[in-house]
Design a protein around this ligand. Structure first.
Ligand SMILES: [Zn+2]
Length: 390
């Protein structure tokens, strides 16, 4: 009897394990935000080398993970003197990876090229420019990054620019930001108009609430929120409030889940602050040595992995954001925007890109249908991408 019970108990699990791996491999998996290009520059390594232990992704691991489409973030902070030049330098690094590995990865500029790359079992790569400051208030530069393969641009990063205010500034500098300077300027609206004409997705991650509403009322195409979560579950400064989530659904856009522990779990911020305080001298030395703060912290979290383990939320906490957005907006408006290689802490089960299949497993266990899983893993982002094309 016991044996029979055991068999009954084990069989569905085994069948299930097969199912999720198959569903994951078959799905077109799209991640809309990964910072490996910046990480490679910061850490002086190459994406086509095996970077296990150094980064959360590399070309080999994207393949192993079943990633089909990767939008690579092009990023520099607001203090950079020549941000447009730096953006081009970052794009050069991906172009170099592609020219060294033409059988593994291809730059794809539209749905047709994307389809072709997938047919050839290559990773379809696109750029996503993270921060409107990189076009230096010049529409010609916007056209140029589009020509190079940028298919979204976040209107701001944490820094505001002359034509759009960021979530960080709108929340932290609440009092010093005058009403006149909040949101999008007329030029900001021209930027959106041009992005709509070109077929570049307007990305509303990182933007302030005023900029969000100005942008969503200006754009004529569905927007992308490439790496953000739900404010109600974790009130981080740049997560989306309920009315924003509903507005993205109404617009036909997509919100892609960010894996950063601090945007998933509201108790994480204090734990991270304690960690930084504990290692403040080492952190200061790294920054003094020229490492950008975000990457200095990632060096320390890798070095003291055991110490940070306990502060990581479970995968279930990330999926709670997914369920919440689905409940508010519907299953057509959510996707994955991991932020891997731009984050210092992620859910316990998600160490690097090779763990993506555990999301598929969890979605199946939660009772999502295969059709809905395919939408979440990539279908929704591809729909928005197509809707933006001319
Ligand atoms: Zn970001």
């Amino acid at each position: 009897m016991l044996k029979k019970l055991l068999l009954i108990a084990l069989f569905p699990i085994a069948a299930h394990a097969q199912d999720y791996k198959k569903i994951h491999q078959k799905a077109i998996f799209v991640d809309s935000h990964n910072d490996i290009l910046t990480a490679c520059i910061e850490k002086n390594v190459r994406m086509d080398d095996n970077l296990k232990g150094k980064t959360q992704s590399d070309l080999g691991r994207f393949k192993e993970a079943g990633v089909d489409v990767q939008i690579f973030s092009v990023w520099c902070d607001g203090d950079m003197k020549n941000p447009y030049q730096f953006a081009n330098r970052e794009m050069d690094t991906l172009d170099a990876v592609i020219s060294r590995n033409p059988d593994k990865i291809a730059l794809t500029r539209n749905s047709a090229e994307l389809k072709k790359a997938l047919k050839q079992h290559k990773l379809a790569a696109m750029f996503g420019v993270e921060g409107g400051h990189m076009i230096e208030s010049d529409l010609t530069k916007l056209d140029n990054i589009y020509k190079r393969g940028a298919r979204y641009m976040t209107l701001t990063w944490n820094n505001s620019n002359p034509w759009a205010t960021s979530a960080m500034d709108e929340t932290l500098k609440k009092d010093s930001l005058s009403k006149a300077h909040k949101g999008l300027t007329d030029f900001g609206k021209q930027v959106i108009k041009r992005m709509n004409e070109l077929g570049m997705m307007v990305d509303l991650s990182h933007v302030g609430e005023q900029t969000f509403w100005d942008a969503i009322n200006t754009t004529t195409k569905p927007v992308m929120v490439s790496h953000s979560n739900a404010y109600t579950l974790c009130p981080a400064f740049r997560n989306l409030k309920d009315d924003q989530i509903k507005a993205v659904a109404k617009n036909g856009g997509v919100i892609d889940l960010n894996f950063y522990s601090g945007f998933i779990d509201s108790t994480f911020k204090k734990k991270e602050a304690d960690f930084m305080l504990h290692h403040s001298k080492e952190l200061a030395d790294l920054i003094k040595g020229g490492t950008v703060k975000e990457y200095a912290l990632s060096v320390l979290t890798l070095k003291y992995a055991d110490e940070v383990q306990a502060s990581r939320p479970p995968l279930a906490a990330l999926l709670a954001h997914l369920d919440y957005i689905v409940q508010l907006a519907g299953v057509d408006h959510v996707g994955i925007g991991s932020d891997f290689d731009g984050i210092t802490s992620s859910p316990r089960e998600l160490d690097d890109v090779t763990n993506y299949e555990l999301i598929t497993k969890a979605l199946l266990e939660k009772g999502y249908s295969k059709k809905d899983i395919n939408k979440i893993l990539g279908g929704n982002v591809l729909r928005v991408l197509k809707a933006n094309e001319n």
